[in-house]
Ligand binder design. Structure first.
Ligand SMILES: NC(=O)C1=CN([C@@H]2O[C@H](COP(=O)(O)OP(=O)(O)OC[C@H]3O[C@@H](n4cnc5c(N)ncnc54)[C@H](OP(=O)(O)O)[C@@H]3O)[C@@H](O)[C@H]2O)[C@@H](O)CC1
Ligand SMILES: Nc1ncnc2c1ncn2[C@@H]1O[C@H](COP(=O)(O)OP(=O)(O)O)[C@@H](O)[C@H]1O
Ligand SMILES: [Mg+2]
Length: 275
């Protein structure tokens, strides 16, 4: 297993060409946030936007529109239950993140199925949180698109069938290959599996153990995938930076909040782009 290096991150986060515009940096849709978990999709969308995604659309429960806009006026919104509009907007997306705060009610299952059956091979897909729990409870075929899943250990148990105690690197690798996904198995030391390759994230601390920390990572992964061509390197760089920022903040803080990480992302990306 390789450790993710700063070299990989600095090679991934490149200087922006002068002759570029918002379309250059990707169109991303983040889908989730039911009436109870609006914060999750707000945190994910904030992370995607602060990661530099060019155009951000959030498909969520309408009860979240105002709070989302108060936090993130850069984002566009739509009602995730409006299937015709969802299908129309999905077509133009480069990246789709689904799951943060989506919940597991039947309506959420319908949204997930709509996305899984319409996403194209050109689109990159991030499956997190409730999307993984729904998939595990009711397996359905995954599209041929590049897919990354970002489970915590219980979500990975549900999805892979591996009990937490059995989630060894070798078993995780086999499971990721069987699912045809890149798997970011989150833990104190997160490990990432893609085909025959595996990486270990060197950072992270218990100061990160706050609700929304994974939602923020899912948004960062989506934001990086919207901009950086190499699929796995974009994912690895997002995982690395998420915990690197948290570790720096934790030097003077007992707990690090997800939105504090998002606020730091542009500064850290600038730093790595200059190296
Ligand atoms: N502000 C918001 O809107 C927020 C909304 N959120 C959204 O809520 C949705 C549900 O996501 P979820 O992760 O909260 O619940 P679920 O999938 O049932 O997993 C929890 C179960 O797994 C167990 N467990 C064992 N190991 C574990 C581990 N390493 N890490 C974590 N859990 C571990 C754990 O064990 P226990 O804690 O009981 O010991 C418990 O039994 C999802 O859409 C998410 O995006 C959240 O992000 C919070 C902020
Ligand atoms: N003790 C810890 N050490 C390192 N990282 C941690 C620790 N606790 C939590 N994290 C990180 O926080 C995130 C938690 O993700 P997740 O459980 O999905 O959160 P949520 O769904 O509430 O947003 C993961 O990136 C995980 O690696
Ligand atoms: Mg989560």
């Amino acid at each position: 297993m390789q450790t993710i290096t700063t070299d990989l991150v600095k090679q991934t986060i490149i200087k922006r060409p002068a002759d570029s515009y918002k379309g250059t940096y990707g169109r991303i849709m983040l889908i989730g946030g039911n009436q109870n978990f609006g914060g999750a999709i707000i945190m994910a969308a904030t992370a995607a936007t602060y990661s530099g995604a060019g155009l951000v659309t959030v498909a969520t429960d309408p009860s979240n529109f105002t709070s989302l806009h108060a936090q993130l006026p850069e984002a566009m919104v739509m009602d995730y239950q409006n299937t015709p509009q969802l299908l129309a907007l999905l077509k133009g997306m480069d990246v789709i993140v689904i799951g943060p705060g989506l919940g597991t009610e039947p309506g959420a299952e319908t949204v997930l199925t709509t996305v899984l059956t319409h996403v194209t091979v050109q689109q990159r897909l991030v499956l997190d949180g409730s999307a993984l729990t729904l998939l595990a409870a009711n397996p359905q075929p995954l599209p041929a698109s590049p897919i990354v899943v970002t489970p915590h250990q219980m979500e990975w148990q549900r999805l892979s069938g591996l009990k937490i105690a059995d989630q060894t690197p070798a078993a995780n690798q086999v499971a990721a290959q069987r699912l045809h996904v890149t798997a970011v198995v989150k833990a104190h030391r997160t490990t990432i599996y893609a085909g025959t390759q595996a990486w270990r994230n060197p950072g992270g601390s218990p100061a990160m153990a706050t609700g929304g920390m994974g939602d923020t990572l899912a948004g960062m992964v989506g934001g990086f995938l919207a901009q950086f061509a190499d699929f796995n390197h974009a994912i690895l760089s997002a995982v690395y930076l998420h915990s690197a920022i948290a570790d720096d903040l934790a030097q003077t803080r007992y707990v690090v909040l997800p939105h504090q990480i998002s606020a730091e992302i542009p500064k850290y990306m600038h730093h790595y782009s200059q190296l």
